[in-house]
Design a protein around this ligand. Structure first.
Ligand SMILES: NC(=O)c1ccc[n+]([C@@H]2O[C@H](COP(=O)([O-])OP(=O)(O)OC[C@H]3O[C@@H](n4cnc5c(N)ncnc54)[C@H](O)[C@@H]3O)[C@@H](O)[C@H]2O)c1
Length: 246
C-alpha cells in the first residue's frame, strides 16, 4: 500500500519547483491531487502526471479562488485530506530600501496566501469530517536572518506562527498543521539563481543545494497517517544549513 492511498490533496504553486514536485510525489504515493497555480503551468504539471490530477487556476491572495480550489477537490474527488500551501515569491531589498509595493506583494502571497489556504483547508476538512493534514511552506529565512530578505523573512516567520496557532486550535478535531522550512533548494523559479548565490552550497553542511522532491517527500510523510502524532512541528529541510552559526 502506498503512503497516501485513498487521500485527496490540494497543492498550491503546483506549476513549478516544490509545488510541482509535491504533486508528483503525492500522486506517486496514491493521492488524487488538485494542482493549483496562478501561472497556467499547473496544466503542464497535471498533464505530466496524468490521471488523478486536476489542474485549477488559483491566485492564493484571492479568497474566492482559494475557496473554489478546496471545493474543486471535494466535487472532483469526494473529500479533502491534505493541503500543501507551497506558493510563494521572494524579495530582495535591505530594510532601508523596502518599498510598500514590495511589502504588500510579498506579504499578500507569502502570508495572506498561506492564511487563506489554511483557513479554507480547515473549513473544508471540518465539513468533510475525516480530519486532515496541512503543510505550510515557510523557509529557513523564517527562522533566521539573511541580508536583503527582511520582508520575506517576516512573512515566513508569520507562516511559522500561524501554523502553530492553527495546529493547537484544531488538534482536537483531528486536523494536523505543520510547516517545512526549506533551505537552498534548486527550483525552476525562486531557486534558479542559487547556483550563483555565494555560499549557498558551500555554507550548507551537506555541501549541495537541495532538490525540490526532497522537500516534497517530507510533506508527503507529514500528510500521511505515519505522522499521526505530529502537529505544530516546524521542520527544516535544509541539509543542516540553519544549524550553522553564519
Ligand atoms: N527555492 C528555495 O530555495 C526556497 C527556500 C526556502 C523557501 N522556499 C519557499 O518554497 C516555496 C516554493 O518555492 P519554489 O522555489 O519551489 O518556487 P517557484 O518559484 O519554483 O514556484 C512558485 C510557484 O508559485 C506560484 N505562485 C506565485 N504567486 C502565486 C499566487 N498568487 N497564487 C498561486 N500561485 C502563485 C508561481 O506561479 C510558481 O509556479 C515558496 O513558498 C518559497 O518561498 C523556497
Amino acid at each position: 500500500m502506498a503512503l497516501l492511498d485513498g487521500k485527496v490533496a490540494v497543492v498550491t504553486g503546483a506549476g513549478s519547483g516544490m509545488g510541482r514536485a509535491s504533486v508528483q510525489v503525492f500522486a506517486r504515493e496514491g493521492a488524487k491531487v488538485v494542482a493549483a497555480d496562478v501561472s497556467g503551468a499547473q496544466k503542464d504539471t497535471a498533464a505530466e502526471v496524468g490521471t488523478g490530477v486536476l489542474a485549477v487556476h488559483c491566485d492564493v491572495t484571492r479568497e474566492s479562488d482559494v475557496e473554489a480550489m478546496m471545493r474543486a477537490a471535494v466535487e472532483e474527488f469526494g473529500r479533502l485530506d491534505a493541503v500543501c500551501n507551497v506558493a510563494g515569491i521572494g524579495d530582495a531589498a535591505k530594510i532601508a530600501d523596502v518599498t510598500m509595493e514590495q511589502y504588500d506583494r510579498v506579504m499578500d502571497i507569502d502570508l495572506r496566501g498561506v492564511l487563506l489556504g489554511t483557513k479554507h483547508a480547515i473549513r473544508t476538512m471540518l465539513e468533510c469530517g475525516n480530519g486532515g493534514a496541512i503543510v505550510n511552506w515557510s523557509s529557513i529565512g523564517g527562522l533566521n536572518a539573511s541580508p536583503a530578505t527582511g520582508v520575506y523573512s517576516a512573512a515566513k516567520a508569520g507562516v511559522v506562527s500561524l501554523t502553530k496557532t492553527a495546529a493547537i486550535e484544531y488538534a482536537a478535531k483531528g486536523i494536523r498543521v505543520n510547516c517545512v522550512c526549506p533551505g537552498y533548494i534548486r527550483t525552476e523559479g525562486m531557486g534558479a539563481a542559487l547556483d550563483h548565490f555565494p555560499g549557498a552550497a558551500d555554507n550548507t553542511p551537506m555541501r549541495r543545494l537541495g532538490r525540490a522532491e526532497e522537500v516534497a517527500e517530507v510533506a508527503a510523510f507529514l500528510c500521511s497517517d505515519r505522522a499521526s502524532f505530529v502537529t505544530a512541528a516546524v521542520i527544516p529541510v535544509d541539509g543542516g544549513r540553519v544549524a550553522v552559526i553564519p
